[in-house]
Design a protein around this ligand. Structure first.
Ligand code: FAD
Ligand code: NAP
Length: 313
């Protein structure tokens, strides 16, 4: 028989927002359940050094997330390795259906499902995904030892991915659609100084080119947006780092969204358009999208949920 579990506070997501919400909700004696999802620890598990988590001059992203998980667990949160496939926010208690077959009912829900990598949307990109096209240099960089690779994007992720790839690749070409990067200046300085890095400005990639047998990337077609000139850049790997989109699929037709899919919250709070449902972290933040701001919003969500639950009693 399918199992049903009830909780006062259900936290969906295990990034900095989810784990921080869990720490605060547990300390408020709300005995929260946190569902980790397919990426336990969230986005920081696919990076290396994190240099802007206050109090730690540098920390490996995956280690930081293991510490956060242990912290939440030790405070009394129950951390569950499962994935929510459907969420019904139309009536209380709210109902979440999990991949395991368990149904969770909850008096309050904290959504902390974060964001995931965006893709260019080219058919050839799709064809070579996993065969030379990647959105995670820390996961796949090792395969490009001694080879030439390209990264597309101009934000922090693209620059960090490009710098990380210099540990393996013989040459890293960063391709950006404008003539300036939006990455932090400290990262830009490191990039421009690196002897293995070249930047192609004002350009887009229109096609990924490769062989069929074995399936693998051999080049990317680069088109200059100002002159229209096109050339094929030989590379064995192509890393897409053009930003992240909020993971709001579970609530897209139930909550108010804005700015292309981010969950809308009342300014200065984590309250969504449905009372008892709170949202924190990258899921709701189209502006800052940092680990520390996500953690801050996780804290706010737990405090907002605690107050709202107290008002219901
Ligand atoms: P995420 O970290 O995105 O976590 C989302 C969580 O939700 C995941 O655990 C996922 O499994 C879960 N989830 C999703 N859907 C479901 C579902 N249906 N059911 C259950 N669970 C679900 N920020 C910094 O401040 N400093 C950095 O150095 C830094 N480096 C970065 C490097 C890279 C490569 C990337 C991609 C991002 C980096 N960021 C950095 C940004 C930072 O990682 C994010 O701002 C932060 O992780 C957002 O936290 P979050 O808790 O909102 O969500
Ligand atoms: P981002 O800041 O949104 O940057 C995305 C980049 O990709 C931009 O340069 C954008 O170009 C480009 N781009 C977008 N769509 C494109 C397309 N279709 N084709 C070509 N280029 C495209 O995303 P991000 O770099 O992934 O960073 C996400 C958030 O995580 C940010 O808030 C960032 O600060 C944070 N983060 C922080 C760190 C850190 O603190 N060290 C590290 C990684 C990420 P334009 O510039 O022209 O818009």
């Amino acid at each position: 028989m399918a199992q049903t579990r009830h909780t006062k506070v259900l936290i969906i997501g295990s990034g900095p927002a989810g784990y921080t919400a869990a720490v605060y909700a547990a300390r408020a004696m709300l005995q929260p359940l946190l569902i980790q999802g397919l990426q336990p620890g969230g986005q920081l598990t696919i990076t290396t050094e994190v240099e802007n988590w206050p109090g730690l001059k540098t920390v490996q992203g995956p280690n930081l997330m293991v510490e956060m998980e242990e912290h939440a667990r030790e405070m009394g949160a129950e951390i569950i390795a499962d994935y929510i496939t459907a969420l019904d926010l139309s009536k209380r208690p709210f109902t979440a259906t999990a991949d395991s077959g368990v149904t969770y009912t909850a008096d309050a829900v904290i959504l902390a499902t974060g964001a995931q990598a965006k893709w260019l949307g080219l058919p050839s990109e799709e064809k070579f995904k996993g065969f030379g096209v990647s959105a995670c240099a820390t996961c796949d960089g090792f395969f490009y030892r001694g080879k030439d690779v390209a990264v597309i994007g101009g934000g922090n992720t693209a620059v960090e991915e490009a710098l990380f790839l210099t540990n393996f690749a013989s040459k890293v070409t960063l391709i950006h659609r404008r003539d300036s990067l939006r990455a932090e200046k400290i990262l830009q300085n490191r990039l421009f100084k690196h002897p293995k890095v070249e930047v192609i400005w004002d350009s887009e990639v229109t096609e990924v080119l490769g062989g069929e047998n074995p399936l693998g990337v051999e080049a990317v077609r680069v088109s200059n947006l100002k002159t229209g000139a096109t050339h094929d850049l030989p590379v064995a790997g192509f890393f897409v780092a053009i930003g992240h989109a909020p993971s709001s699929e579970l609530v897209a037709d139930q909550l108010e969204l804005h700015h292309g899919g981010y969950v809308k919250v009342e300014p200065g709070t984590t309250r969504t358009s449905i009372p008892g449902v709170f949202a924190a972290g990258d899921l709701t933040d189209h502006v800052y999208r940092q680990a520390v701001t996500s953690a801050g919003m996780g804290c706010m969500a737990a405090l907002d949920a605690e107050r709202w639950l107290a008002e219901q009693e």
